[in-house]
Ligand binder design. Structure first.
Ligand code: ATP
Length: 892
């Protein structure tokens, strides 16, 4: 029999599991061994060996190897072996960089892998979905992705969208009973939920019947190619630029060879020099270093509690000009405590600390006797029945499992010594319409011991009052007229203006035996009972973060489902709402077209009482006005806006799988301040990439120019091929990587957001590359000429001096690259990786100059201190000549 045909008991027996306690640890281990991990097979991965050999696929490297082999056959063994050794070391470096890049991308993928709620040894725990085994009992609710194929055993208004499998985008209602029919299609198996499909409404529990490739998804896994590009805009731009650079480098080296030959150098020497130069000057390592810099930056972001799910977001973060953020939980602590209750014109206060269920009720200064306050009792009781939250005691601390708003109601009721168990003895819950942030209400239908049935609804007060016909006024029902409505309104405003979040509660009795299947039917004609006011204090670090964003040219916009006045009060406290900015509510927003919104959106800093659907409109209007928008969200309905935003951000704690999957960035701590930290890191990563692009390209320009100048001036070769290759190895590898690890400049968060369209050479980078490169080439040539003229007999001496000057000029310039302004604007030795990299590079140069066995291989000779004075003097020029102009500039 198939699982969909079995009843619950048969399923449980077939899979040898237990619905009340789940599987035991040892059993899980056995099953994991037997069935394997709950993963879909991925395509073949490139093996390490292949990756290593792919380092040689570069055309110029192949030409160099061929030329070297040739020179080996012609008797130049030493040169040939040394060149091949350098090429191999270079390949290792490239291999290491690419491997590292790949690994960190893989780690990223794993970090953002989905988690599921599973019952193990009697406890609900969260585990990565790959650890699920057949027989596990899973729980899921709106917004979750189903982790494996399950047979449902309990459903609560459960609806699942199965388009990933069936192509049908309308959600399917699920049931828990058994089905007949041997081979129904996936879309017809209403008592099953399948891996990869998405819960759009309600909640459910199911037993895992298939994992990994043994799921419906596994059967079509081959068709599912994750086509999403992980390449960032800059990487794409660099790829194009790379092609131009290769051609330019080839043309220039060809020119060097041509001029050299015309000036009387022999063709073979010039050819080998030319090929080495081409290998050195083509920045083949650039893409890998960019990936490493990006992924190292991403790892730093993880330490700050932000996970980047899509690499391009790292760059876009630096361009963000508006952050649209949810209020509850992101700007506030999401730790709610009921402090006020209102009914029929009377207000009560509750005291107590945090979620500890201890506190007393007061009216004014007077303690109240609960038995005498019927309305108060009813509010607390209904607040507890229309509620899913649980209070858990962890050591001395109390935490809420579930929605904090409901947690607050639970704790308030517990302070009056109500318990859910006791209430559930008195009332049976026969139906429920779950909360959603568009309706802003939740309803349960309950039945008491005498069979009487009641609808109990809680929700946003301004919504609930519209659904009420009567109001409870000192234990008596009154018709709700304009006067009483007005009174309720001012009570709401009064609570909201104290920055309290408000929830109203209402009820109605329905004839016994009535079955209501439609929430609209249930949530009307209610009797309004009263209001809860709860505090949700702002997170302490948010105010500062908002301020820093402002200084960085980034506007913060609060988007909340909460009441306008509550939102205003909190936005003011956080410095988001100022005298110049406006508040817009969901109702006004609904009436506007995107075009109309564009007109005003730049002045709005708070959107209140909005539904998730409004977020998309806000994103569009801001984008049409030229903004780069970061948008946060957590629910299923937030996903379209998160996807449409330039940087979609999902909450790590409260966020649903659907929101996370749509997002580019996940906040592990749900905290607004983390967005700011990520933006700062994003800006820094981009600046670091600019730093090493500048460094590498200026170095290459210098290398080509010194050769070209020398050939034009009919001089001998200033550098022999192996020296050129060694310069490339020494200067390109470690120092460039170290630049990728640089700390941000002090003013990264004081600059305006970057224009996303700006090219690689924007903001003066092109000029810096050309001018520094030109000077590096020039001083190397001068050093060569001085040395050559002083001792024309001894060419190796002049070449060694040129070699040392070229390396040193680059290694001094690398410190200049740390700043957009000048080497003098920050402590040049602040980056310890760079200091070590440079020291190591220097050592590598000194070794080949001074270690006698290496001298013949590298065509070097020991040079004396006075030479070094000249070398140091000349190599400092490219950096300090132009740094001088920084000092002359007037401060702004
Ligand atoms: P944000 O968008 O800043 O996270 P929010 O959490 O206040 O805002 P919603 O969750 O959409 O936004 O809540 C909107 C309103 O719905 C709240 O102001 C409250 O009155 C009401 N509400 C919130 N949670 C519940 C719930 N569990 N049951 C009933 N009503 C609720």
């Amino acid at each position: 029999m198939k699982y969909h045909e079995m009843d619950k008991k048969e399923v449980v027996e077939a899979l040898n599991t237990d619905l009340s306690s789940g599987l035991e640890g040892s059993d899980v281990k056995k099953r994991l061994k037997q069935y394997g991990k709950n993963e879909l097979d991925e395509g073949e991965k490139q093996s390490a060996l292949l990756l290593f050999f792919s380092q040689f696929k570069d055309f110029m490297v192949l030409v160099l190897l061929a030329a070297t082999l040739l020179s080996g056959f012609l008797g130049e063994y030493m040169d040939a072996i040394a060149i091949i050794a350098i090429v191999v070391i270079n390949a290792f470096l490239g291999f290491y960089q690419e491997r590292r890049a790949e690994k960190s991308l893989q780690a990223l993928k794993e970090l953002s892998a989905p988690q599921v709620q599973v019952l193990r040894t009697g406890q609900w725990i969260k585990i990565p979905s790959k650890e699920i085994v057949p027989g596990d009992v899973l729980k899921f609710s709106s917004g979750d992705r189903i982790g494996a194929d399950v047979r449902l055993v309990e459903v609560n208004s459960l609806e699942i969208e199965e388009s990933a499998l069936t192509g049908e985008s309308l959600p399917v209602s699920k049931i828990s009973g058994s089905l007949s029919g041997e081979n129904p299609g996936i879309g017809d198996m209403e008592n099953m939920a399948f891996m990869g499909t998405m819960v759009t409404r309600g909640s459910g529990i199911g037993v895992v019947v298939g994992t990994g490739m043994k799921t419906a998804m596994g059967q079509i896994a081959d068709l599912l190619q994750n086509a999403e590009s992980m390449e960032t805009p800059l990487q794409r731009r660099l790829e194009q630029l790379g092609k131009i650079l290769i051609v330019t480098a080839l043309i220039l080296t060809a020119l060097v060879v041509l001029v050299g030959v015309l000036q009387g150098h022999d063709l073979y020497t010039m050819f080998l020099a030319g090929v080495s130069l081409a290998v050195a000057a083509i920045p083949e390592g650039l893409p890998a270093i960019v990936t490493v810099a990006l992924s190292l930056g991403v790892q730093r972001m993880i330490k700050q509690k932000a996970i980047v799910r899509k690499l391009p977001a790292v760059e876009t973060l630096g361009c963000a000009s508006v952050i649209c953020s949810d209020k509850t939980g992101t700007m506030t602590q999401n730790e709610m405590t009921v402090t006020h209750l209102w009914s029929g014109g009377q207000t009560w206060n509750v005291n107590g600390v945090g979620y500890e269920p201890k506190g007393s009720f007061y009216r004014g200064e007077q303690p109240v006797e609960l038995e005498k306050e019927k309305a108060l009792q009813q509010m607390l009781m209904f607040g507890l029945l229309c509620n899913h939250a649980d209070l858990i005691q962890k050591k001395r601390e109390y935490v809420i499992d579930g929605d904090p708003t409901e947690g607050a109601l639970l704790v308030a009721a517990m302070k009056a010594e109500y318990s859910r168990e006791q209430l559930l003895n008195e009332f049976k819950i026969i139906n429920e319409f779950p909360f959603d942030s568009t309706r802003k209400m939740m309803t349960v239908i309950i039945q008491d011991g005498n069979g009487r049935q009641f609808v109990v609804t809680k929700g946003a007060p301004d919504v609930l009052i519209g659904r009420s016909e009567e109001i409870l006024w000192h234990d008596k029902k009154r018709r709700l007229n304009s006067e009483t409505t007005q009174t309720v309104q001012s009570a709401i405003n009064d609570l909201a203006s104290q920055a309290l979040r408000t929830i109203a509660i209402g009820f109605k009795e329905i004839p016994a035996g009535t079955i209501i299947l439609d929430e609209k039917e249930a949530e009307k004609g209610l009797t309004f009972i009263g209001l809860f006011g709860m505090i949700d204090p702002p997170r302490p670090e948010v105010k500062q973060a908002v301020k820093e964003c402002k200084e960085a040219g980034i506007k913060t916009v609060m988007i909340t489902g909460d009441h306008v006045i509550t939102a205003k009060a909190i936005a003011k406290q956080l410095g988001i709402l100022t005298n110049q900015s406006k508040v817009l509510d969901g109702e006004a927003l609904s009436k506007m077209s995107v075009e109309e919104l564009e007109e005003v959106v730049d002045d709005v800093s708070v959107f209140a009482r909005v539904s998730p659907e409004h977020k998309l409109k806000i994103v569009k209007a801001l984008q049409n006005n030229g903004h780069i928008v970061a948008m946060t969200g957590d629910g299923v309905n937030d996903a379209p806006a998160i996807k449409a935003a330039d940087i979609g951000i999902a909450m790590g704690i409260t966020g649903t799988d659907v929101a996370k999957e749509a997002s580019a960035l996940v906040l592990l701590d749900d905290n607004f301040a983390t967005i700011k930290a990520a933006i700062k890191e994003g800006r820094n990563i981009y600046e670091n990439i600019r730093k090493f692009i500048r460094y590498l390209l200026a170095s290459n320009v210098g290398e080509i120019l010194v050769m070209l100048f020398a050939m034009l001036l009919a001089l001998p070769l200033p550098l022999v091929p192996i020296q050129i290759l060694w310069v490339n190895l020494v200067t390109d590898g470690l120092p460039a990587m170290a630049l990728g690890l640089d700390q941000p400049e002090g003013d990264v968060m004081k600059r305006k957001p970057r224009n996303p369209k700006e090219g690689v050479f924007a903001r003066g980078l092109g000029w810096k590359v050309v001018s520094r490169g030109f000077l590096i080439g020039l001083v190397t040539l001068l050093a060569f000429i001085f040395a050559y003229k002083s001792n024309p007999e001894h060419l190796e001496y002049a070449q060694t001096v040129a070699f040392a000057t070229l390396v040193l000029a680059q290694l001094i310039h690398v410190f200049d690259c740390r700043s957009e302004k000048s080497i003098l604007s920050r402590n040049p030795f602040g980056n310890k990786y760079l200091v070590w990299a440079v020291l190591l590079s220097l050592l590598m140069v000194l070794v080949v100059i001074y270690y006698p066995p290496l001298q013949p291989i590298f065509h070097t000779t020991a040079i004396i201190p006075s030479d070094w004075l000249m070398i140091i003097g000349l190599s400092a020029i490219p950096t300090f000549l132009l740094a001088g102009s920084f000092l002359l500039r007037k401060p702004k």
